[in-house]
Design a protein around this ligand. Structure first.
Ligand code: MN
Length: 230
């Protein structure tokens, strides 16, 4: 039976909708998994039941993460936040970690995993200071606009040492959680991928692999997740 891959959904407060981008669903299907969209829920026991039921989880992209979850006041450049989603996904990520459920964090999802495990983020990359690349690309989302230098661990997925990835973020990881390690950086030093120390598949990428097609840094990540889910 195909591995059941949960994809965390976003909240549209304006329309009172819960939604997921179709590109995540399609990427999981291409990788041979069975996608299931997971809404943000209130109860901790719902998170527990989901962890028991699913074979793997995707923490998807979306809005900014509410700074209250890493004990900061909101910076002026903070964008839209989905606080109920943040709360649920942080609980879900901590549980997935505890129970060894394979997980892939994408963009916001990578930052969320880091926060769930005790790290934090820049609310806006400008806060970091120093020269920055354009991390909120004006090119179409399928374009690999900047490169990331990957570690040996990610190079097992194939391809060159520099991966051309898309970049659709203005926040970024500041302090890496103790249980995580850096797996890729951009030329300006911005952290672009993380993975678990001494664990199974628990990877976060700052880019959007679902739009990058048949490459190790695109569909390759979804295939690796589905493989780990069995
Ligand atoms: Mn970037």
């Amino acid at each position: 039976m195909a591995a059941l891959i949960g994809i965390c959904a976003g909240i549209d407060y304006g329309e009172n909708n819960i939604f997921s981008r179709r590109s995540y669903v399609q990427a999981v299907e291409r990788a041979g998994g069975l996608p299931l969209i997971i809404p943000p829920l209130k109860e901790k026991k719902s998170a527990e039941k989901l962890i028991e039921t699913l074979d793997a989880l995707i923490f998807a992209g979306g809005g900014d993460i509410a700074p209250i979850y890493f004990k900061e006041e909101p910076h002026i450049a903070l964008g839209n936040v989905e606080p109920e989603r943040d709360r649920f996904e942080i609980a879900l990520a901590a549980l997935a970690w505890e129970r060894n459920l394979p997980a892939l964090g994408i963009c916001r999802g990578m930052q969320l995993i880091n926060i769930a495990l005790g790290g934090d983020i820049w609310q806006d990359l400008e806060m970091r200071g120093g020269a920055l690349l354009q991390h909120n690309q004006k090119a179409p989302p399928w374009h690999g606009s900047h490169r990331v230098e990957i570690t040996k661990a990610l190079s097992k997925l194939g391809g060159p040492r520099l991966w051309p990835v898309n970049s659709l973020h203005h926040q970024g990881i500041r302090k890496v959680a103790d249980n995580l390690k850096i797996e890729a950086k951009a030329a300006d030093g911005v952290i672009e991928a993380i993975s678990a120390r001494d664990k199974g598949f628990f990877i976060g990428v700052q880019w959007h692999p679902e739009w990058l097609g048949d490459a190790p840094w695109g569909d390759g990540l979804f295939k690796a997740l589905v493989l780990a889910a069995h």
